[in-house]
Design a protein around this ligand. Structure first.
Ligand SMILES: Cc1cc2nc3c(=O)[nH]c(=O)nc-3n(C[C@H](O)[C@H](O)[C@H](O)COP(=O)(O)O)c2cc1C
Length: 190
């Protein structure tokens, strides 16, 4: 996929990409992606996030079967078409783990609202650079196993794991209904 610098082209081309070719992601791209994530808004500019960039093959090999188990638990043999062509994390060039601060083991709507914009920024930045990515949360079915592999300390919750790499094929635009179908004016139902 070509890089995109026109922001209006960026939105429809930011797709859920789940299969990658084996080209490594340049370190300077990872730096730029994380810088974009850091630019996201957060409550009181608290930046209640941390990132773990996973490129170590042993770590990816450990995480991969956990995600596969979760995927099978949810979908079994009935994986949606788009997700069926996914690749195991062991073959994914980079996994970016996004963590949210969880004081006393708790996260709130406010924390989530302060972390997921960073996830979206990083995915848009990745796409701008010609990289694909997908936000994942299915692994939460085995949250403890994932936490143990990543050695996540108490006080932090994993908010998302985002595989990133060069897509295995060019992905077209996303398909969505018109925003008008989902929008009211002035009040609910208006
Ligand atoms: C909160 C959330 C959790 C998601 N979890 C997963 C996941 O665990 N695995 C996965 O393959 N895709 C996951 N997705 C990606 C969605 O399936 C994807 O964004 C949606 O199908 C739209 O894809 P498109 O933009 O390519 O049309 C998740 C998306 C969101 C917003």
């Amino acid at each position: 996929m070509e890089p995109i610098s026109d922001v209006w082209e960026l939105f429809p081309h930011q797709r859920a990409v789940r299969a990658f070719d084996q080209r490594p992601v340049p370190e300077e791209h990872i730096t730029r992606i994380l810088d974009a994530a850091m630019r996201a808004p957060s409550s009181q500019n608290g930046m209640p996030w941390r990132f773990i960039v996973v490129t170590d093959q042993a770590q990816k090999d450990a995480l991969s079967p956990v995600y596969e188990r979760c995927f099978d638990k949810v979908y079994g043999a009935n994986a949606p078409d788009r997700a069926a062509g996914r690749e195991p994390w062991s073959k994914t060039p980079v996994l970016i783990v996004v963590l949210a601060e969880a004081p006393n083991g708790r996260t709130s709507m406010m924390t989530g609202a302060s972390v997921y914009p960073a996830v979206q920024n990083l995915m848009l930045a990745a796409r701008a650079l010609g990289l694909g990515s997908v936000i994942t949360t299915l692994w939460r079915l085995e949250n403890d196993a994932i936490r143990a592999i990543l050695e996540v300390p108490e006080g932090w919750e994993i908010a998302a794991i985002v595989p990133v790499g060069y897509p295995d094929h060019p992905w077209g635009k996303s398909r969505r209904p018109p925003a008008a179908d989902y929008t009211f004016r002035d009040r609910w139902g208006g």
